[in-house]
Write a protein that binds this ligand. Sequence first.
Ligand code: URP
Ligand code: ZN
Ligand code: ZN
Ligand code: ZN
Length: 496
Amino acid sequence: RDAFCARSVYGLVLLDRRHSAMALYDTIISGGTVVTASDRILCDVAIKDGKIVALGSGLTGADEVIDATGKLVLPGGVDAHVHIAQPSGEGIVMADDFESGTRSAALGGTTTVMPFCLQEKGQGLRAALKDYHAKADGECHVDVSFHLIISDPTEQVLGQELPALVEDGYTSFKIFMTYEGLALKDREILDVMSVARDTGALVMVHAENYDAIRFLTEQLEKRGQTAPRFHATSRPIAVEREATHRAISLAELVDVPVMIVHVSNREAMEQIRWAQNKGLTVLGETCTQYLVLTEKDLDGLGMEGAKYVCSPPPRDTESQEACWEGLRTGVFTIFSSDHCPFRYDDPQGKLTPKGRTSFRWVPNGIPGVGARLPVLFSEGVMKGRIDLERFVAVTATNPAKTYGLYPRKGTIAVGADADIAIWDPTKTQTLTHDLIRDGADYTPYEGIEITGWPVHTLLRGKTVARDGEVVGQKGLGQHLSRAKSPFAVQRDPVAS
Ligand code: URP
Ligand code: ZN
Ligand code: ZN
Ligand code: ZN
């Protein structure tokens, strides 16, 4: 009898433990090295209801255990600069919809993307947002949060719509100093910046001098210099440096922070560093293409160079060095893909009939949302140019902080969303488009030897990609409303 009792009591305890264990955690990621923007530590990560609920060693009591022994456990990437399903005019179609763009993000270890919602001329911002939400809702494999592109800063837009949308969580917008139909005049830039200052929004600037580009393009075309490589000639460093300095000066006049996006070279980087040293809140972003591509890539046989047409264009190895320096020294706090995909071998992509006649008509932008993290990991961390903590900072923590998603996104901490990329730092492979699987038909990073790869991606605790395959249903990704950037508003120094 005693033995029976003991057994049943023991049984009850076991049952009880198992019961409480099931209630304790959904998933434990065990035995990996957890890396944040400031620390790396061998510990387990426990997840419950999509959140990280415990960090510690020897954690037990989960429905599912993911063995991460020998792996790195990093916050899922936050790609703060992507273009998905943006209309491009002239019958040109972007190669990604929200399903394929976010699929590639998940495969590349990114769990939040920040695409642009483009206001077309004459269109209201709410109407534009309605279109983009209709395209994105239910389609995404990772979380998304829109920035606005302001192309038509009417009184209605500046006075009514923009302030209301900032309060609704669309707390950043991009403006262009170049591109037909997008470029704002200096006066318009000042007006948009004033609204940003008054509402606590963050302005992102595409800094290239429109008139200078047009002038140079016309000269090149007159000489018959129309091949893709002349795209780079039409937008030399001075064009970017001048506009960068002007954007900084305009922001200084308005007394508003500004983010200079996709910086490609030393001279532009030095304008930002100069402003930072002067005490201005000027932030900088660089992108994959400026670290590993050069102008020479535009010089492909036939029209192949069109695969690399993006703006600003890739420069030279000295510019690459400068961009690494900017990342290492903190001039650039954000590293993005500027994913902007067009199919190459497609009359609706890079090579429309018009696109074949001159670089001027080749749509600007290259794919890269899936390649961003592996390329930076391999070229940056594995080659000793940046350390792991800075890798996490520039690819996840800083973008989340800068754009009002932190601490929900961008770190591994109790209370954060369980957005996690588990990396195998020893996996080596040659980069091909198969590994990236966005909607384009090539990757500009084809052939780079990559060491380290995100082998398992979780979004709010659910596996979205594993061993090179997307797992589960599209539609798990949600749209995120954002807080105001801490750079743009005075925050209570104690409250988070
Ligand atoms: O060439 C590029 N970068 N196209 C995408 C649009 C932009 O300017 O970011
Ligand atoms: Zn939506
Ligand atoms: Zn841009
Ligand atoms: Zn862009």
